[in-house]
Design a protein around this ligand. Sequence first.
Ligand code: ADP
Ligand code: MG
Length: 397
Amino acid sequence: MNIHEYQAKALLRSYGIPVSDGRVVLRAEEAKTAAGELDGPLWVVKAQIHAGGRGKGHFKEPEAGEKGGVRLARSVGEAAEFARQMLGRTLVTIQTGETGKQVNRIYIEDGSDIDREFYLAFLIDRQTSRISIVASTEGGMSIEDVAHNTPEKIHTFTIDPATGLQDFHGRRVAFALGLSGAQVKSCVGIVKNLYRMFTDKDMDMLEINPFCVLKDGSLKLLDAKMAFDGNAIYRHPDIAALRDETEEDPKELAASKFDLNYIALDGEIGCMVNGAGLAMATMDIIKLYGAEPANFLDVGGGATKEKVTEAFKIITSDPQVKGILVNIFGGIMRCDIIAEGVIAAVKEVGLKVPLVVRLEGTNVDLGKDIIRKSGLNVIAADDLKDGAEKIVKAVKG
Ligand code: ADP
Ligand code: MG
């Protein structure tokens, strides 16, 4: 689960980590008052979306200004004007893709006098099963280029969970960033608190870019991106409360309401499968035959007809889906329930793409019979291989 920058900064503040003072704004009318509560002389107006690259992004509507989703204002009036221009507009960044994201919240914060911008991140490194720290002197808005062109400028090291974070980890970060004197001590303190927060809150990822040295020599975190482990959210009602459903994929959101295990992907073949293992195998075999899955979906063992109907509707609502493969090995799940769910959904939303159905197991004959009698234009398949071959052929010709 991801949260907004302003929410991340409130969390950082609660851990004693230096961030700027700021105000969140939901309606243009609030912007002037919010900006007036900050000292100036520089205000930074920041679009709040769950995606990075805002500074270098652009709005779809030209009247929102050409300068992207992070703008510097020299007066309260100018800050309020920028906020008004951005609210409700669609921001496109390197991370949002072509469609962009609508800006529904603005964060207005105190502007800082930046001397140097660094990159600092904490990640779960699945290879070493440890938390790792990534640091680079080349922070700011082009970290992707740095990783690509000069990877030696990115320093990575892991933390042994048996010892936890030690002062020397903080000093390694400080030296990697070229800090000296009192800044080293300050950096050690910040790294310690970041690690404490990361583990306390079961985070997946914490990215600070930029982590700054200001002109007065002090350290400050000017941007923060946080992701939390969805399986641990139940332990953190305070974090769960920060969820912004408008930022989530509507298909995944609908699926979560019906307790379906669904993950949207980029491919063209929608999949409805029972069992996570079979769903993975189905995705693999679609790739083997030269196409890409549009989703992962495990409808589960005890799904009702209504749940199957919803699942099918979610798949067909994806404009990228050019064909659908239903692959059911009925154990606890009965093939007739799947057949009824598919037919109910098609009756409701129609079927504009080829549909291949492979049914096997409990009540298979009944299931096949229901589909045959429905008059639906369904391509029947005998096994997994046959199903994958047929749907790829139907889509790719
Ligand atoms: P994004 O990473 O989405 O582009 P950032 O919050 O990192 O957004 O902002 C982009 C750039 O804007 C930063 O690299 C920094 O140079 C500048 N910036 C952001 N916040 C402030 C601030 N409070 N004061 C001064 N400059 C800022
Ligand atoms: Mg940033």
